[in-house]
Design a protein around this ligand. Structure first.
Ligand SMILES: [Zn+2]
Length: 258
């Protein structure tokens, strides 16, 4: 599997890096994890077929994760995509996402390809092409919900990472988390690669947690500017906490084969 980290910045604007987006590509299929990055430009400049990606996973509605979603749909329409686009998102976000496309004049009759909406239901694995997807609920928005859920009942406070199984290997995307323990359910089986954010908790906590689990490769993304070029520091922290997997601090548009 080829994994391209499109944008690696966290929710703050970075002068040098873009927001969230990870593109998984296999010979058979492709899956985009979140769409905060300028994905349409990346797909065009790398001459990828407009039927890429086959599916999109939307973890939650913070703009650093969905800011370019509407533009992705517009771009795929104007590039004459024909294959259905499968969209996985928290159930309560789907009415908003559909409505925002309509309000932005992206009517289903115009598009030339269908949008297949799949409400994410934790505990229920879904198959899309060669991938099996298992939602990993996180507590990223739990604190915000405690203050605002009553006043804003139509806002979704759900956030779902995902465990992707491909050819019997498991790849876990953290999305945004409250703390590394959020990911424990995903660690019940061995993880070939974890794509983990690094902005909502002390870095050391992640390595401490991972030391107790089987996670072969750790690819770090969604991190603040002060951690840029700090891969050696992070690897040293990992060693101190006895995490023995491979640690890589990702850069924008860097591709790895896993
Ligand atoms: Zn967020």
């Amino acid at each position: 599997m080829r994994v391209t980290f499109l944008g690696t910045s966290d929710g703050h604007t970075s002068a040098t890096r873009g927001h969230s987006g990870i593109l998984l590509q296999t010979p058979e299929s492709s899956l985009l994890l979140d769409c905060g990055y300028n994905v349409p430009r990346y797909l065009l400049s790398h001459k990828l077929n407009p039927d890429v990606p086959e599916a999109v996973w939307i973890s939650h509605l913070h703009n650093d994760h969905i800011g370019q979603f509407g533009m992705l749909i517009q771009s795929l329409w104007l590039r004459a995509r024909s294959a259905p686009l499968h969209i996985f998102a928290p159930a309560a976000t789907i009415p908003f996402l559909r409505d925002s496309l309509e309000k932005c004049l992206l009517f289903s009759e115009l598009l030339g390809f269908s949008l297949e909406w799949h409400p994410v239901r934790p505990g229920r694995a879904v198959k899309i092409g060669v991938f099996q997807l298992d939602a990993v609920p996180t507590r990223h928005l739990a604190n915000l919900a405690s203050f605002f859920k009553k006043k804003y009942p139509r806002t979704s406070f759900d956030c779902y990472g995902v465990a992707v199984t491909y050819r019997k290997q498991r790849y876990v995307y953290s999305a945004d988390i409250e703390k590394p323990q959020d990911l424990r359910p995903a660690f019940k089986q061995p993880v070939h690669a974890l794509f983990c954010e690094l902005s909502h908790f002390p870095e050391r906590e992640l390595f401490k947690e991972l030391a107790a689990h089987s996670v072969r490769n750790l690819l770090l993304t969604h991190y603040p500017d002060h951690l840029q070029n700090k891969e050696a520091f992070l690897k040293a922290l990992a060693r101190e906490e006895k995490y023995r997997g491979k640690v890589v601090l990702m850069r924008d548009e860097k591709t790895v084969s896993l």
